[in-house]
Structure formats: structure tokens, C-alpha cells
Design a protein around this ligand. Structure first.
Ligand code: KG4
Ligand code: ZN
Length: 333
């Protein structure tokens, strides 16, 4: 079954064609450069660019997949959570296509799609597993019991991990989006230069918090008065990254022990992080866990993960009504 997946929940306009779980095309137009001068995503600008980009990305995606529009057998589109205007741009486009082509339509949850992005490269992955979504908007740890059955184990109480990356990168004037820049710079710094500790959130808690370390970084920058040297920037980036990735690993390990789960997956934009990927491999080796992490293009927002989840719902005979609306916030579990 060839399913088209449309993703416009933030600043990536993405459309993919997935056939029986196999990617035929995965086209992503990032608006990163457009939002860079503002230091963050401007919602209205994002929506307007989605509207301009969608027909162009659709054409590229069909060409790459070497199929015609009429050959599609279903359309899946992100409907929640995200920037509302951005979501509505994609949702209305997806519904209109499905209506005109008389094909089944389904709305997909963005987090459910990230959690399943691993299946695109590891179709044999078995439930249950621990799924950690780390992105610009989320730091959510789930027990993924089965397809459609999720239990939230912990979430950030303030900033999302990617958001903290972006804010610390902004303090260091590294450019936008800051996560990848900070990651690169951190590779050259001393991760022990500044000692940042994991916040205490209660013995049983699997929650996260990144606002404390963000403030600690701000105080260090303020101590430098008007000039941060390159060495300072490298060391602060490395120390921040050390703490952030150690925190994520600690929670995964605690949850795996508590729930007796042996498979760990990390998904979402921050899963592209080099140190995080290395630390996950080391943890898995030490504790004999199985782990899966998507290749970098599938960590970031993409249409393939939306098409994949849409396909799984189509297999169960599910469809969304034409009246389906977008939701800026919602709970997956
Ligand atoms: O999943 P995603 O593409 O969009 C959301 O749903 O938010 O995640 C984007 C986030 C941004 O905060 C970006 O800075 C962060 O992922 N990110 C990274 C890296 N690549 C992207 N953070 C740390 N290291 C990276 N290499
Ligand atoms: Zn995302």
C-alpha cells in the first residue's frame, strides 16, 4: 500500500511516499534559514511558507518515488501537536488531496510518528520498548507497549531538551537552529570544564528539567562580561552537552530497570546528537540492552514517519473524518 505522508507541524515542509513500510521518497524543505534572523520559528511565517512549499514538495516527492498521484492508496497528515497555523496548512492540503483522489485519509499524531520512525529502518523491531522523544518541543519518555498503546513515564517540567540546546546556543551566539551548532562545537571542548549536575526531581520521578542548566550557562556567560573567548564557548558547550546527554541516559537506564524493558529507542531532532548517540551505544553495551536510533535524516521532522503510522492505521481499517481539525497541544498517553 503506497501512502503519502505530509508533515508541517513546525518549520519543515515534508512529504514522503512509503510503500508497505519502505521509503520510496522522503523530501524535506527546511525553513531554518528563513527563521534564523528571528532566532526562532515565527508561526505565521512558517504557515505561509508551508502553503507555498507544499505543491512543490509534493511534485518532488512523487518524482523521487517514481509514481503518479493516482497510484497513491492513502494520505496521512500530521494533525497534532504543533503550531496550529502550520498544522492547518498541511492538514487542509492532505484532506483536499484525499478528497479529490477519493482515497482514504488519516490524521497522525506527531509524537506517535517520531516513536515509530525507528521502524522505517528496523522493521523487525519488537514491542514493548522504551521510547524517548527528544525534540525542540518535547522531552517525553514512553513505554511503547504495542502500536497505539503508550504509557507516559516522564516528561520535561520546563524546557524541552532541544529548546535548551537552542537557548544555550543562542547565549553563545552560535546561530539558529542551535542544536547542531552546539553539538559540533562541543566535540572540541572539555566536558568537565564546568560541573553541571542533574536536577533532583524526587526519587521515583522519571521527569526531566532543563531550565536550571540553562540558567547556570547564562550565569557563566555573564561572568565573562562582554567577551566570550572561543575556548570558553567550546568548554561551556561541551559541559552543557555532557550534562544534558548524561541526564537522558540516566532516565532511560532507570526506566529500563524499573519496567524490566531491554529495548531502548531515542527519536526526534536531538537524537541526531553525536554525543547522545555515542552514549546510548556505550550504555547498551554495558547493560546489554538492545537499542535503535534513526539515521540523522529520520531524526528530524519528516513525512516518512507520518506515512508509516498512517499505513499502520490503514491496515487496522481506521480513517479520519473530513471534519478532522488540528490541535496545538494534546497528550499521546
Ligand atoms: O524533531 P525536530 O526536528 O522538531 C520538533 O518536533 O521540535 O527537533 C528539532 C530540535 C531543535 O531544537 C534542534 O536544535 C535539535 O532538534 N537538534 C539537535 C541536533 N540536531 C537537531 N540538538 C542537539 N544536537 C543535534 N545534533
Ligand atoms: Zn518533531
Amino acid at each position: 500500500m503506497k501512502v503519502l505522508g505530509i508533515e508541517t507541524s513546525c518549520d519543515e515542509t515534508a512529504i514522503a511516499v512509503v510503500n508497505q513500510g519502505e521509503i520510496l521518497s522522503n523530501v524535506i524543505a527546511s525553513q531554518g534559514k528563513i527563521h534564523a534572523p528571528y532566532g526562532g520559528v515565527v508561526p505565521e511565517i512558517a504557515s505561509r511558507h508551508h502553503i507555498e512549499n507544499l505543491p512543490i514538495i509534493l511534485r518532488s516527492s512523487l518524482e523521487e518515488a517514481q509514481i503518479k498521484l493516482e497510484e497513491l492508496e492513502g494520505i496521512a497528515t500530521t494533525c497534532k501537536p504543533g503550531l496550529l497555523g502550520a498544522l492547518l496548512a498541511g492538514l487542509q492540503y492532505g484532506k483536499s488531496l484525499a478528497y479529490a483522489l477519493q482515497k482514504p485519509f488519516i490524521g497522525v499524531d506527531h509524537l506517535e510518528a517520531h516513536l515509530h520512525s525507528v521502524f522505517l529502518e528496523h522493521p523487525g523491531l519488537r514491542y514493548p520498548f522504551l521510547g524517548l522523544v527528544v525534540s525542540g518541543g518535547h522531552t517525553h519518555l514512553y513505554q511503547v507497549q504495542q502500536f497505539g498503546n503508550y504509557r507516559l513515564l516522564g516528561a520535561t517540567r520546563d524546557d524541552a531538551c532541544g529548546e535548551a540546546y537552542d537557548k544555550v546556543a543562542k547565549l553563545l551566539q552560535l546561530g539558529y537552529p542551535g542544536g547542531p551548532h552546539l553539538d559540533k562545537l562541543a566535540q572540541e571542548g572539555n566536558p568537565k570544564a564546568f560541573r553541571f549536575t542533574i536536577p533532583k526531581l524526587g526519587e521515583d520521578s522519571l521527569d526531566f528539567s532543563f531550565s536550571g542548566i540553562k540558567t547556570a550557562c547564562l550565569l557563566e556567560v555573564q561572568k565573562q562580561k562582554d567577551h566570550c573567548s572561543d575556548d570558553f564557548k567550546r568548554d561551556l558547550a561541551a559541559s552543557f552537552q555532557e550534562m544534558a546527554t548524561h541526564f537522558l541516559m540516566t532516565r532511560l537506564d532507570q526506566a529500563a530497570k524499573r519496567l524490566q524493558l531491554r529495548t531502548l529507542c531515542i527519536v526526534g531532532g536531538v537524537a541526531a546528537n553525536k554525543t547522545l548517540r555515542q552514549k546510548l551505544a556505550i550504555l547498551a553495551e554495558e547493560k546489554n540492552y538492545e537499542y535503535k536510533i534513526p539515521s540523522v535524516p529520520l531524526c528530524t521532522d519528516n513525512g516518512a514517519m507520518i506515512a508509516y503510522v498512517g499505513w499502520r492505521y490503514f491496515l487496522e481499517g481506521k480513517r479520519s473524518p473530513w471534519s478532522l481539525n488540528g490541535l496545538a497541544t494534546c497528550d499521546l498517553a
